[in-house]
Design a protein. Structure first.
Length: 278
């Protein structure tokens, strides 16, 4: 539907009206007879209404005609003639719409052409304020309302689909896991390893003191900063077992992951070194 609406808006008004008239004409060829058969109820009801009105008018005139004689002959006869003429027209109207015969295609095509000209031509010739432009203006207004209604329905459908999807996702549970932190163990300290608020020996404020074999967790942040005598070392941001977070020197921290691994060092014999040197 969105493709049809988008294509419809790209073509000119003349082409849109032509497409619409062709569609309506084809639809009329398919169901026109059924529509006329249903609408034949209009002349049928008018016939009944006319007969009721004729009786209401004719009865007192006939009564006066009989009582006063020829003085009201012309009135009585005139009402009868008019009544018969109207009855004949309504009967023909009813029979034409109610009959199952073929319709006059030439007249129908001519009517559609006249309607097309009335809608398209006046806005090209006259100003929009002209009375002749009213059919074209009405068509454009109704077309805009229809397009806006279709687009609003599509937007509503999209919003409904998104809402349903969100509601379905709300029923699903997701397990959120925090990233694994690397455990580091304090080694090689004579006194204590300090956790500081900033990576600096001179400017950092001590937050906690660690001793050998204390285990901390590394958040993954690393920076090179000065220590003593303008010497630069690696500092890492760690979290102690007490929940204190700060910076400490990496030189005194060893990953616990590698503590259980064994490494073998092979030393070459003097004989092998002599052979290799040759």
């Amino acid at each position: 539907m969105s493709f049809v609406v988008g294509f419809f808006e790209t073509i000119s008004v003349e082409c849109r009206v032509a497409f619409l008239m062709c569609f309506v004409f084809l639809l009329w060829l398919l169901v026109g007879r059924i529509i006329l058969w249903i609408m034949s109820g209009i002349p049928f009801l008018l016939i009944k209404l006319h007969r009721l009105i004729y009786c209401i008018v004719q009865i007192p005139i006939s009564f006066l005609h009989k009582k006063f004689g020829s003085a009201l002959y012309k009135a009585d006869n005139g009402v009868a003639v008019i009544g018969v003429h109207i009855e004949d027209l309504l009967q023909k109207w009813y029979i034409r719409w109610h009959a199952k015969g073929k319709t006059n295609k030439k007249i129908e095509i001519l009517c559609f052409i006249v309607i097309y000209i009335i809608i398209v031509v006046p806005p090209k010739v006259f100003s929009n304020d002209s009375v002749l432009c009213i059919p074209g203006n009405v068509y454009c207004e109704e077309e805009s309302k229809l397009v806006n209604k279709i687009e609003a329905g599509q937007r509503k459908k999209v919003i409904t689909d998104i809402s349903e999807e969100v509601m379905q996702n709300e029923d699903e549970t997701f397990e959120v896991t925090e990233p694994d932190l690397i455990e580091l163990r304090v080694v090689g300290i004579r006194t204590a390893l300090l956790i500081r608020d900033v990576p600096s020996v001179e400017r950092g404020i001590a937050l906690e003191r660690l001793k050998n074999n204390d285990v901390v967790k590394w958040s993954g942040q690393l920076i090179f900063a000065e220590t003593e005598d303008n010497h630069k070392e690696a500092w890492v941001k760690i979290i102690s077992q007490n929940g204190i977070e700060g910076w400490s020197r990496l030189d005194y921290l060893c990953p616990t992951h590698y503590e259980t691994e064994e490494y073998q060092v092979k030393v070459k014999s003097t004989k092998e070194e002599t052979v290799n040197d040759q």
